[in-house]
Design a binder for this molecule. Sequence first.
Ligand code: ZN
Length: 148
Amino acid sequence: MADLRDIYQEVILEHAKSPRNYRAIETQSKAEGYNPLCGDRCTVYVAMDGDKIQDVTFQGSGCAISRASASMMTQSMKGKTASEAEELFQSFHRMVTGQENNGEHKDMGRLEAFAGVSEFPARVKCATLAWHTLEAALHGDQKPVTTE
Ligand code: ZN
């Protein structure tokens, strides 16, 4: 049995303590997310440059996993196109839900710190909240995102 402490890898703790890109930006592309299971809330702001994500930031409150995931998500998404962002989200989602990435091991870089989350189904929602919220921001969904 994996221990819950195992998922609190150093990189996660570090990002939870000092999240990157933690600010609001003036943009039409933003969305709110809420994970009622844990009480995590976040707002994700996206600035597009054509089809590219020029800047992505977030604000919110929640557990260490949700904050670290949002912080690392913003770092990973900068400079990506909307379709690359979608692809990365799918890979991340498969990793944290413990599914194979089309049978091959995809190099997720630092995001692999979240692989252990797959052992804790309730934590998957914390880890994916910001990602779902980013997707809503990219799609211009006005309705707040909830993981339930
Ligand atoms: Zn949480």
